[in-house]
Design a protein around this ligand. Structure first.
Ligand SMILES: NC(=O)c1ccc[n+]([C@@H]2O[C@H](COP(=O)([O-])OP(=O)(O)OC[C@H]3O[C@@H](n4cnc5c(N)ncnc54)[C@H](O)[C@@H]3O)[C@@H](O)[C@H]2O)c1
Ligand SMILES: [Zn+2]
Length: 385
């Protein structure tokens, strides 16, 4: 363990490499990295101009510092600000961002910088993938979800009226800079939702990390105060290392990468059932979805009920929803939920693909799950709720 840090004290950042041959890149994790954004960009690509894409809330908190950091390194940056929220992953906003990048005369060899959460990363990344048939881009994630998940791995895109993330591209960033201090301004509920994805890495493949989280989660939340700074950076680095490994082995999700969808089949259905509204944030839906995946695994006799309870009680301890009844304002019925699950995962002859578990940290891909079994399970859950 490192000694407690004083405010503003600089520590060596952690660097995690994403090993993708000619598309390899570094994820740099540390507190206070935004101040060095310009220096890092200049070192990566001397002379490059920058289009800085962000949303209104992030701009309010962090745009001035980001622009100052670029200016200090002599980098010329155009600013592109879009409204907050999932609504910006739309054709209309995508068009605006692309046109603004072109108007700013950002060319091959220049850089798009995504400063924001998963919405900005997905949107700006897709614009970068599209303008001039592909510009390089840098991710500067500002939410916990983005730092541990969406900024790494190169999935970019926007939403279609038929569903989320249906229009997009695989386009890897050339660098990810995760400044953990940026999370200090994140609303607590957003931080908690992102934490569901942190816990996911433990639950899907790293039992020791899950046990560490059970002991240290409060320090991860506190961040920057005493030993908390180390804990937050450590947790983010563990998640990035896990995701980097999976992405390097299975960039296009033909196999192992699907494990990252633990809790997401149930989760997406619940999110969709709530109309992707503030009633249930993505991470909250994932927390509930993971509990359901563990309970379903227990029902199938794959794990002990005590394992499922251990997963649930940790998520509940940090304040995430873990019972269907925790969702405010009513829920879609079992039939609607089953329809949503079937839409999300193609049903092949009544069989569904789910990520199930053989224990904490032992997720696997089960592609022969009976739809009728899932229906019976959900009906029981509704009955309990
Ligand atoms: N590409 C991928 O692999 C991948 C993976 C997971 C999720 N996603 C996508 O990520 C999106 C969700 O991302 P998200 O949870 O980061 O949401 P988000 O980007 O909408 O951010 C959540 C809210 O927090 C605000 N915010 C962001 N950073 C802040 C900060 N530091 N201080 C104060 N406010 C801040 C934003 O303005 C927004 O209102 C979804 O669209 C999802 O589909 C993509
Ligand atoms: Zn997710």
């Amino acid at each position: 363990m490192t000694a407690p840090l004083r405010q503003g004290e600089l520590v060596e950042p952690t660097v995690v490499q994403v090993a993708l041959a000619e598309r390899a890149y570094d994820i740099v994790i540390g507190r206070g990295l935004l101040a060095g954004l310009g220096t890092r960009i200049k070192a990566l690509r001397a002379g490059a101009r920058v289009a800085l894409v962000t949303d209104e809330s992030v701009a309010r908190h962090h745009l001035a510092a980001a622009e100052a950091a670029l200016k200090a390194a002599g980098i010329d940056a155009a600013r592109i600000t879009v409204p907050d929220g999932e609504g910006s992953k739309s054709y209309a906003t995508f068009e605006k961002v692309c046109e603004a990048i072109i108007a700013a005369r950002i060319e091959r060899g220049d850089l798009v910088v995504a400063l924001g959460g998963g919405v900005i990363g997905d949107l700006a990344g897709f614009a970068a993938a599209s303008v001039r048939r592909g510009l390089d881009y840098v991710q500067v994630p500002t939410t916990l979800l983005a730092q541990v998940d969406s900024s790494v791995g190169g999935k970019t895109g926007i939403n279609s009226r038929h569903g989320k993330n249906l229009v997009g591209a695989f386009h890897q960033p050339v660098m990810v800079i995760a400044d953990t201090a940026l999370l200090d301004t994140l609303p607590k509920r957003q931080f908690r939702a992102g934490y569901a994805e942190v816990a996911k890495y433990g639950l899907l493949g790293d039992a020791a990390f899950f046990a560490w989280l059970e002991k240290n989660w409060q320090d991860v939340f506190a961040g920057g105060h005493g030993s908390g700074s180390f804990a937050r950076e450590h947790a983010i680095a563990v998640c990035c290392r896990a995701k980097a490994g999976i992405v390097a082995r299975d960039e296009r999700e033909t196999g192992e990468r699907a494990l990252l969808n633990l809790g997401h089949t149930f989760g997406h259905a619940l999110e969709a059932g709530c109309g992707f509204s503030d009633r249930l944030l993505h991470g909250e839906a994932v927390a509930l979805g993971m509990v359901l995946a563990f309970d379903f695994s227990a029902r199938k006799g794959l794990i002990a009920a005590s394992d499922a309870e251990r997963a649930r009680s940790h998520l509940a301890a940090v304040g995430l929803p873990t019972h269907i009844k925790d969702i405010s304002g009513g829920l879609p019925g079992v039939n609607e939920l089953m329809d949503l699950i079937a839409q999300d995962k193609k049903v092949k002859r009544g069989k569904l693909t789910f990520i199930l578990v053989r224990g904490i940290g032992q997720a696997f891909i089960a592609n022969d799950v009976d739809a009728s079994e899932v229906r019976a399970f959900l009906a029981e859950k509704y009955h309990d709720a």
